[in-house]
Design a protein around this ligand. Structure first.
Ligand SMILES: NC(=O)c1ccc[n+]([C@@H]2O[C@H](COP(=O)([O-])OP(=O)(O)OC[C@H]3O[C@@H](n4cnc5c(N)ncnc54)[C@H](O)[C@@H]3O)[C@@H](O)[C@H]2O)c1
Ligand SMILES: Nc1nc(=O)c(N)c(NC[C@H](O)[C@H](O)[C@H](O)COP(=O)(O)O)[nH]1
Length: 277
């Protein structure tokens, strides 16, 4: 057995059935012609934390739901994270399900395209970064980095070119407070026009909270969450979108799901649903 096959994760056929209605259509069709099928998926604690603290990576999923996440990766063309996650996690952003490219399969079949939202190019990646290591080993694709920077540093540009990645330059307006706010519809359109028919958005909190704003939540076709039976406690990186006010000026819930199904999965529970618009 090759080392790649030994590392591979297994997600049994019997566990795949429940997910199928929540996954991008196998024929590559999309609900809207100009946008990819968009899945929001992450693992959360009981107190809505993604990790114990900014800049750290916290394992929440048990082995079965971790394998599920990798199966989801095999069913999407792209996997998107924010730069906060890239810096904290040094992620591989590849798929380790047995049978995909690099794990017993041909070429890079079943490997999603990593996309990192990095407006001011803060991610100091190098050939030593796990993502590039995966590329070298034929176990993952090079990233697309979405940025406002018109001319990335030559050394980073050369590395990206050598591995087949690219910078996607977008206009991301800054607010008065200095933080920038991307137009999710525009970004998803750009990804679709670059050939991606489906994208899974994994986080972190800033990415998720902004995607759950009223003007963007309709772009999310499916939500697939892993809920782990643990409280991470105060100080964690929390998913909690901005409160909305109703027509009467009273606070109302920020977002809600419909057509929800819950699946116990080892010690975790997996929730599949659609945004209630
Ligand atoms: N449990 C999970 O499933 C999971 C998933 C992903 C990340 N994480 C964890 O989350 C943490 C990182 O989360 P975070 O919130 O600090 O960072 P993040 O990954 O959301 O990245 C934040 C940065 O991305 C850019 N960005 C994000 N949304 C933007 C928008 N709408 N417009 C413009 N720029 C935008 C900005 O530069 C911002 O500073 C890490 O600890 C990571 O381990 C956990
Ligand atoms: N499903 C899931 N369960 C977890 O317990 C956990 N911590 C993550 N975290 C996701 C994550 O923070 C980013 O999507 C990564 O950065 C991906 O990194 P890898 O490709 O796995 O190396 N995701």
């Amino acid at each position: 057995m090759s080392s790649s096959s030994r590392d591979a994760l297994h997600f049994p056929e019997s566990d795949r059935t429940f997910l199928e209605p929540s996954l991008p259509p196998q024929d590559g069709s999309t609900p809207r012609p100009d946008l990819p099928f968009t899945t929001l998926t992450f693992a959360t604690s009981l107190d809505s934390s993604l990790s114990l603290a900014p800049g750290t990576r916290t394992a929440l999923s048990g082995p079965q739901s971790k394998a599920m996440t990798h199966y989801l990766r095999s069913r999407h063309d792209g996997i998107l994270i924010g730069v906060g996650t890239a810096v904290a996690d040094d992620p591989g952003l590849n798929c380790r399900i047995a049978g995909v490219g690099g794990y017993g399969g041909e070429g890079l079949h079943g490997q999603p395209r990593p996309i990192v939202i990095d407006p001011s190019l803060k991610w100091d990646f190098s050939e030593g970064s796990k993502l590039f290591q995966m590329c070298r080993e034929g176990r993952g694709r090079a990233p697309w980095i979405v940025t406002t920077v018109q001319e990335p540093p030559a050394e980073k540009a050369a590395l990206m070119e050598a591995y087949g990645g690219r910078f996607i330059t977008m206009n991301i307006p800054s607010s008065d407070s200095g933080s920038c706010r991307m137009d999710w519809r525009e970004l998803l359109r750009v990804l679709r026009s670059n050939g991606l028919r489906s994208v899974m958005i994994e986080g972190g909190a800033r990415v998720i909270n902004s995607l759950l704003e009223p003007s963007y939540m309709a772009l999310v076709d499916r939500v697939i969450l892993t809920i782990a039976p643990t409280w991470l406690g105060q100080g964690g990186v929390v998913v909690s979108p901005a409160r909305r006010l109703g027509e009467d000026g009273e606070p109302m819930s920020a977002a809600r799901l419909k057509n929800v199904q819950w699946y116990p999965f080892g010690e975790d529970v997996v929730l599949c649903g659609e945004m209630k618009i």
